[in-house]
Design a protein around this ligand. Sequence first.
Ligand code: HEC
Ligand code: HEC
Ligand code: HEC
Ligand code: HEC
Length: 379
Amino acid sequence: MKSLVLGAALVLMLVGCGERRETAPTAAPQISPAGDVNAGKALAERSCKSCHGLDGKGAGPAIPHLAAQRERYLVAALREYKEGRRHHSGLRELAKKMTEADIRDIAAYYAAQPAVAAGPGADIKHSSPYEQGKKLSEACTGCHGADGNATETGTPSLAGQQPAYLVAAIHEYHRGDRALGTMQSMLSDSHRLDLENLALYFSVQKPVQRAAPKRGDPKAGEALSTACGGCHGAYGVSRDMQTPSLAGQDFEYLVKATKAYWTIRKNWGMQRYVAGLSEKDVDDLTAYYVLQEPRAAEAMPTPTQELAEKCNRCHDDESNLAMAAPKMRGQDKDYLIMALRNYRDDGDRESSTMHRMSFPYSNAMIESIASWYASQPAK
Ligand code: HEC
Ligand code: HEC
Ligand code: HEC
Ligand code: HEC
């Protein structure tokens, strides 16, 4: 019962005890010699049990499970605490007291524990921001149309709109930065996560092409639109999460929204570009954008599983000895959320790989991917 038993029961069943290490590429000198599982157990008993259990199951929310985690990842994580590259103060203190041998022993011990069974709290339905957003959208579709394709004159479509922009727009109504009673009162007490879920839902709906408006000259508008395309995208389909798409939007709404930057709406980029426009220019530009073919903004894979496939390239890869990516299936959900937010928000974890990966994710996305992993049986 050496630490070769990496706890990955499946791998062991298929490959047989010990074979993994024998067949591993020899060019991995940074992999330390195996730790002593019994010494690790004694240390766990003394210093770790109260939080991680003797079985490696986190004792509460946001405490990670260590059972069946990759040994090399546990070693790497403990070294990061020790060297101050991860800043959790309690663990830092603990790890500072540990010798290299202690680290290897404890890693060997926890890696060899059977994986934690997914708890009953793992509710995948609850975890889908898309489904939550869909449910919340019922409060909006009366005015904004089925799936966010508005038919009422003066009411904007939300279908396919950039999600970060939608959230920002709602905040503007809250703050009174935009004039309109109806919208201002609509969402006053929604939780931020709810807004993100709503925005995500609308952003992936298919926007519908509009008929030609009665006013405005789209040809003249096209010529003027060269000043707008740099931000609003070619043909008014924005590629930037903060900048709204204009293609296929309601005519009257767009006219009003553009003119609002002459008065109440504040955005320096916009204010500058619309300041010199005449009433006719606004009609022409709007006519041009209304006629363009709208396309949904959301480039992110919506089904959480598709996103997870991207993550699994590193996180499910048993063969990559150079990179210590942890297993995440069956991990504590709150812990995963916290870790991802830390990477994204430049928090107390430094990992340039993960930082780049998680940078574009909204809270809702993080919640969903964390729930997905937490609900997967660990292996
Ligand atoms: C007081 C509770 C507590 C004790 C005691 C404790 N831990 Fe932790 N441990 C935590 C928490 C909370 C985290 C998450 C910290 C973070 O955000 O970096 C954590 C994280 C870890 C991680 C990183 C896991 C990952 O998936 O990145 C390792 C490894 C770890 N602990 C090992 C140990 C070992 C070994 C001991 C005993 C020597 C120990 N811990 C004692 C609470 C504790
Ligand atoms: C009573 C009708 C009504 C309801 C219900 C309603 N809205 Fe609106 N909404 C409007 C109108 C009208 C506007 C345009 C206001 C303006 O001119 O600024 C608008 C504007 C918006 C905008 C700004 C769009 C943009 O392109 O800048 C967003 C975002 C929005 N609504 C989201 C929602 C959401 C989310 C809900 C449901 C929770 C909702 N609205 C419910 C009528 C409504
Ligand atoms: C420097 C970048 C930039 C340029 C150039 C620009 N915009 Fe914008 N535009 C934005 C941003 C960012 C917003 C969202 C601002 C906010 O939250 O109020 C916006 C918002 C808008 C809106 C409101 C949309 C809605 O759904 O409420 C309209 C309409 C608009 N722009 C039209 C134009 C037109 C027409 C031009 C060219 C004359 C143009 N913009 C040029 C960045 C730009
Ligand atoms: C290019 C490889 C790579 C990809 C792709 C990747 N990760 Fe990671 N991930 C890592 C590495 C390496 C670490 C360990 C970094 C550290 O020590 O902080 C890590 C750590 C994590 C952690 C901390 C877990 C723990 O136990 O502490 C989470 C959560 C995480 N990744 C989530 C994700 C998600 C979600 C995705 C997909 C959206 C993803 N990762 C994609 C390499 C990757």
